[in-house]
Structure formats: structure tokens, C-alpha cells
Design a protein around this ligand. Structure first.
Ligand SMILES: Cc1ncc(COP(=O)(O)O)c(C=O)c1O
Length: 413
């Protein structure tokens, strides 16, 4: 217990390091920072001066990818029959009635919610994990999150990972893994095979199956190897499994099913955004190593990262109902067949796309050229370049458009 408390304190200190050092007039490496007169209070702080005196987080981040798609979107919107937006995977179908009712019933919520989640929510998450993830034991911890993007973006920081540490992410992946590493000040390495990582001090490995954007599913043996590799090196594996309920041609498994009875060093990240059309509610959770989950809880309690009470109630209803999930899955399955057939007829090659919410397509050319070709037909797709240099010859097409818009896209191709 004492050891656990020390570990928690260590994490809190590491997470707060940059702040403490800057308060004390030191930079991230502990060197003295030359304070301008403004920073020492002699005259009002201007943004230029303050940007020099601190490490502006925003300055280290890439352009927000979707902003770069605006010109193609404007071009596609000129189509006489309107835009078919297959770029961002944002759900368009209704929030199931059972979930909306639970949210409404819980709307009289004057008090602060529990960061750890209500007992009912914790139970609902545990039950869902037991049914869907086939965990190798019941000693896993659970914690609700405000959607999963915030957890992905802050996980390295919350775990006390920082400068000098390395985080491994897939070669082609959801951009927020890299953003999270940049926010923490650690170094990112893109690799699908851990043998290519070299001697770097790896603290965290991200895996994502089914993958966004490729739809690739990692076999259980691969996941097991990653867990073994990480445990041998004292690294943590974070497995983003937010598309687990959406499988088409293969059956994805959770990392929690390959842990050999112990959840040490392993975290599974889940989201209700796509499973239950709840992207607007911001509802997700993390499950796995109970000590790590507890560390996350301690930091999140201190920093106010709390899922709102009505959303917690909505999550209980969502996790307890599979009928709406099946209905939504069938919608996506139908749209997937229409789009896949149309893109293949138009000369595209579909790669991976075995599961998840996207088709990963190529015409054998630069991804921005394909984006332009589609925009001329009023269709907006995401360039593979958004997901890493290895995606530069692909585009990602989301299944999240109405049946009518999907039919329109197919007719135009
Ligand atoms: C792989 C992956 N992880 C996490 C997220 C974040 O989802 P949310 O924040 O809605 O839970 C997304 C969203 O598209 C995603 O594709």
C-alpha cells in the first residue's frame, strides 16, 4: 500500500514537473530560464515574451489535420447534388432512445460527479469488459473517460512519461497518439514490429486493432508478443480497442484476453462514440492493470477530468443494451458493401478494411491527388498522409454517412 502511494506521488510529481520548474525559474531540463522584465512582473506580459519564456504546447503541435482539408471540402461542396462527406468518422444516425432517456432522467445533477464513476457505471463497464473482452481474470481496474480522445492525448503525461522517454505508435495510425507524445515531451517512434525499435528507452507502446485508418486486425499471437515484449522491458501497452464491436471479415480480440491471468502493464482503451452513436456525449473508459488505472484516477481526480453525471447514467444504459449496437452494425455493414463495391468498380484497391469504420483505399497515387479526384465528384475523403508517412498513397473513407449520401457517392463513382 505504501509502495502504491509512493508510486502515485511520483506520478503526480512527474506530471506536474514542467509547472514546478517554470514556477521556480527553470526550463524543462532544470536549467535556469532567463526571465524577461515582463516575466518578472516589471511590465505586462505580452504573448511574444510569454511564448519565449515557456514551452508553448500549441507551437509544438502539427496543424490540425482537418483544417488542411478545407480547400478540398469547398471544391467538393460545389457538386450540384451536394457534398458527400466521408472524411471524418462522425456518427450521423440517432442516439438510441434508451440512452437519451437515461441521460434525461439523470439531468437533475447539481453535485460533483465521481471521477471513478458511479458504482453502477463501474459495474456496467466491468460487465461489458467481461462479456466483450474475455479478460484472462477479473482483477482488472476500470475508469470512465471523457470520450477516449482526451485519454489518448494525455495518457503519456498522466503516466509520467516525458523527455528522454520513447513511445511507440503504429506506422499508420490515429494522429492523436503522436499528439499525446508531443504534449508529454517524449520521443515518438513509428513501428509495427517491435524488433525494429532498437535500444530506445520505451515506456509506452500503442496498438490499435481494429485499426483506424486501415481496418487491420491484429491476431492474438501478435498482441501476446507485444505484451511479453513490454513486460520484459517494464514498458506499458495501451491497446486502443474502440472499434472492437465493428468486425466484418475477421474477429478482433481485446488485449485483455491475452494477458495470462495478470493485467500488469496493460491498458485497454474503449469508446462508446461509434458503438452507440455517442460521440456528442463524450463517453469512453479504460480497463486493465489496476495499479495503473488507480494512478490515472489519482491524477484525474486532482485535475478535474470527470465524466458528467448525466453522461455516466447514459453510459450505464448504453453498455447494458446490445440491440442498438446490432442495429447500428447492420447499417454500417450495408453502407460498407455499397461503398466497397462502388470504389472497386471505379478502379480503387481496398486494403485491410477487415473491421472498423473505414475503407482504406488506393489508386496507386499520392493521397492528396486522390482526395482531389474525389472532390471533383463531390466526395470528401481523408488523405492517408494524415495518418503517417506510410499512408501517403491511400485515402480513408468513413462509413458514417446516411444511406442516401452513401448511395449518392456510389452513383458518382
Ligand atoms: C482509433 C481511435 N481512437 C480514439 C478515438 C477517439 O474517439 P472518442 O474520443 O470519440 O472516444 C478515435 C476517433 O475517431 C479513433 O479513431
Amino acid at each position: 500500500m505504501e509502495g502504491l502511494r509512493r508510486r502515485q506521488l511520483h506520478v503526480l510529481r512527474r506530471a506536474g514537473l514542467a509547472w514546478w520548474r517554470l514556477q521556480g525559474g527553470q526550463d524543462r531540463e532544470g536549467r535556469a530560464v532567463r526571465r524577461s522584465p515582463a516575466a518578472s512582473g516589471a511590465r505586462p506580459l505580452t504573448s511574444t515574451v510569454s511564448a519565449q519564456a515557456r514551452r508553448a504546447l500549441a507551437a509544438g503541435l502539427p496543424d490540425f489535420p482537418w483544417d488542411r482539408l478545407e480547400p478540398a471540402k469547398a471544391a467538393a461542396a460545389k457538386h450540384p447534388d451536394g457534398l458527400v462527406d466521408l472524411s471524418i468518422g462522425t456518427p450521423v444516425d440517432p442516439v438510441p432512445a434508451v440512452i437519451r432517456a437515461a441521460l434525461a432522467d439523470a439531468s437533475d445533477a447539481p453535485g460533483y460527479p465521481l471521477t471513478a464513476g458511479t458504482p453502477g457505471l463501474r459495474e456496467a463497464i466491468r460487465g461489458w469488459v467481461a462479456r466483450w473482452c474475455e479478460p484472462s481474470g477479473d482483477g482488472f481496474g476500470v475508469l470512465p473517460t471523457i470520450g477516449s480522445k482526451e485519454l489518448v492525448a494525455w495518457l503519456p503525461t498522466l503516466l509520467g512519461i516525458g523527455p528522454g522517454d520513447t513511445v511507440v505508435i503504429p506506422r499508420v495510425c490515429y494522429p492523436t497518439y503522436e499528439v499525446g507524445v508531443q504534449l508529454s515531451g517524449a520521443t515518438v517512434v513509428r513501428a509495427d514490429s517491435l524488433t525494429s525499435v532498437g535500444p530506445a528507452r520505451v515506456r509506452l507502446v500503442w496498438v490499435n486493432s481494429p485499426s483506424n485508418p486501415t481496418g487491420r486486425v491484429l491476431p492474438p499471437a501478435h498482441l501476446r508478443k507485444v505484451v511479453d515484449w513490454a513486460r520484459e522491458r517494464g514498458a506499458i501497452v495501451a491497446s486502443d480497442e474502440c472499434y472492437l464491436p465493428l468486425s466484418w471479415e475477421s474477429s478482433p480480440v481485446s488485449i485483455l484476453s491475452v494477458c495470462d491471468g495478470s493485467f500488469d502493464n496493460v491498458l485497454a482503451v474503449h469508446s462508446l462514440s461509434k458503438r452507440s452513436n455517442l460521440a456528442g456525449y463524450r463517453a469512453g473508459f479504460v480497463a486493465g492493470d489496476p495499479a495503473l488505472v488507480d494512478e490515472l484516477l489519482q491524477v484525474r481526480k486532482h485535475s478535474g477530468m470527470i465524466v458528467p453525471a448525466p453522461v455516466q447514467a447514459a453510459m450505464v444504459a448504453a453498455l447494458g443494451d446490445e440491440a442498438h449496437v446490432e442495429e447500428q452494425r447492420e447499417r454500417y455493414a450495408r453502407r460498407r458493401v455499397v461503398l466497397r463495391t462502388a470504389f472497386e468498380r471505379a478502379g480503387f484497391t481496398v486494403e485491410h478494411s477487415e473491421a472498423g469504420l473505414y475503407l482504406w483505399l488506393t489508386r496507386g497515387e499520392d493521397s492528396w491527388s486522390t482526395v482531389d479526384w474525389l472532390a471533383e465528384r463531390g466526395i470528401l475523403a481523408a488523405p492517408g498522409a494524415f495518418y503517417g508517412p506510410a499512408g501517403e498513397r491511400h485515402v480513408r473513407v468513413a462509413l458514417t454517412a446516411s444511406d442516401e449520401r452513401v448511395a449518392a457517392a456510389a452513383a458518382r463513382l
